[in-house]
Design a binder for this molecule. Structure first.
Ligand SMILES: [Zn+2]
Length: 476
């Protein structure tokens, strides 16, 4: 049996994180009532004129600068003409010949460099909602005109895992740079996969198919693996691959032919006469460059090398910027990265899974978390009580220390009170003392257990042990 190589290219659409749409003043939001967030411009009424959103251009430039693209000095918006019910104007404003960013790339962990062809800015289309047979299909134009960045890679991937790793890296870059939220479950980041197979070692490329709008990493992986297998089977059976767009059905785990795929000339692109050419001078690009914060990759290096965290921790903490920011705020109050990381990963992220939010301070404030960690460290509270305290103050404005006091969790036994209890157990169980010479540790533990019992678990066991051994030694 012949062996085949995979050749994969990706086109990623990410909704740009602006306040308003790309050519009008409608809000850039998600989840509004259908057709309540649109205007003459974004539904393309005759005579309505688009006005370019400067921020959307800046964010596209910023993305390009993060991945080493060349920023063009003249960017042109063009009309991509096609008819589809979700596109009221029958053309989409996009970029073909002069995109904002050219080239660049992202390096994978293996050292392989994935080249970018371009990053351009365009508008999103509306959304079709397929109802029952009697109702038919409805259309919601709210999404029409939301700014989209399209990142186009060269066909440099040779496996599904490489594609997923790249997507994760790109997602982190965009989130940290603040240019996109990349909420995949809301369609804020979608991926088209172009895939062909060729005989191993051959330089002749096979015919490619395209799968559109994959909106989770898992879906991308499954779709690539399925399509590669399908193409190899077709070729092995003597059939030819047809250049077409295929729809991935994630429930069935299969892809279906949708339509034969057109080429860019089929869309009759031409410069949009309603929009001016965009001039980007190098000084404004430099200004934008200065605004790029430390990205996830940079933070991972700091976490592992400076703070000594395992790579596993560093990856999870940097997975979302708001988690990483919270971790760093905690560090400002308490310099113990591993303890903080443990609490975030075991306790806070567990809660986040059940109740998603984008600011961990809503779960528990930095101050409260550090208070609990400190109390545990200083043995003012037992570990089980610390976990209980954490759970009882999540999503509240209560103060950790106050609640610990109210619930009697603080291990605050005065020395004299402890001494009383120690004297009491030494007297009650005086027989045990005879074994101190042979098994001192056992005896101390025995008495400690008794004192803890009298204190109802509220005393500090280390403290009792220290006091006990001194007391016994002085008696002997
Ligand atoms: Zn609008």
């Amino acid at each position: 049996m012949k062996e085949y190589d995979l050749v994969i290219g990706l086109e990623i659409h990410a909704e740009v994180n602006t306040n308003t749409k790309v050519f009008c003043a409608c809000k850039n939001t998600f989840g509004e009532e259908p057709n309540t967030n649109c205007c003459p411009v974004c539904i393309g009424l005759p005579g309505a004129l688009p006005v370019l959103n400067k921020k959307a251009v800046e964010y596209t430039i910023k993305t390009g600068l993060c991945v080493g693209s060349e920023i063009t000095s003249l960017a042109v918006f063009e009309r991509k003409n096609y008819f589809y019910p979700d596109l009221a104007k029958a053309y989409q404003i996009s970029q073909l010949v002069k995109p904002i960013c050219i080239g660049g790339g992202i390096e994978l962990e293996s050292g392989k460099y994935i080249r970018l062809n371009r990053i351009h800015l365009e508008e999103d289309a509306g959304k079709l909602i397929h109802k029952t047979k009697t109702i038919g299909t409805l259309v919601d134009y709210n999404r029409g005109g939301i700014p989209l960045m399209e990142v186009v890679t060269e066909p440099d991937f040779s496996s599904a895992d490489e594609a997923v790793e790249f997507l994760d890296k790109l997602r982190r870059i965009m989130i940290y740079a603040g240019v996109a939220k990349c909420k995949m479950e809301e369609g804020g980041m979608r991926c088209d996969v172009n895939l062909s197979v060729k005989e191993k070692g051959s330089t002749k490329l096979g015919t490619r198919t395209e799968m559109k709008n994959l909106n989770s990493f898992k879906m991308v992986k499954r779709a690539i693996e399925y399509e590669a297998k399908r193409q190899v089977e077709e070729i092995s059976a003597g059939k030819i691959i047809i250049q077409q767009t295929r729809k991935w059905d994630d429930n069935k785990g299969k892809s279906y032919a949708m339509r034969t795929k057109g080429n860019s000339h089929d869309y009759r692109y031409f410069p949009d006469p309603d929009l001016l050419t965009v001039q980007i001078d190098s000084s404004s690009a430099q200004e934008i460059k200065k605004s790029i914060p430390l990205l996830a990759q940079d933070r991972m290096v700091i976490y592992t090398q400076k703070y000594g965290l395992p790579e596993y921790d560093a990856r999870i903490l940097t997975n979302e910027k708001f988690i990483s920011d919270y971790f760093e705020d905690c560090l400002k109050l308490f310099d113990n990265p591993k303890q903080i990381s443990n609490w975030i990963m075991t306790h806070i992220l567990r809660i986040l899974k059940e109740k998603p939010c984008e600011d961990l301070n809503e779960v528990i404030s930095v101050k409260n978390l550090i208070e609990i960690i400190k109390m545990t460290e200083q043995k003012e509270i037992s570990r089980p009580n610390a976990y209980e305290l954490f759970n009882s103050i999540c999503f509240t404005n209560l103060k950790a220390k106050d609640v610990a006091k109210q619930k009697g969790m603080l291990l605050v036994f005065s020395e004299s009170k402890l001494e009383e209890l120690i004297d009491e157990v030494l007297k009650t169980y005086s027989n045990a003392l005879a074994n101190f010479d042979k098994t001192p540790e056992k005896v101390i533990n025995f008495y400690t257990g008794k004192v803890m019992g009298l204190s109802k678990g509220l005393a500090n066991p280390q403290k009792i042990q220290a006091m006990l051994s001194e007391k016994i030694k002085s008696k002997l």
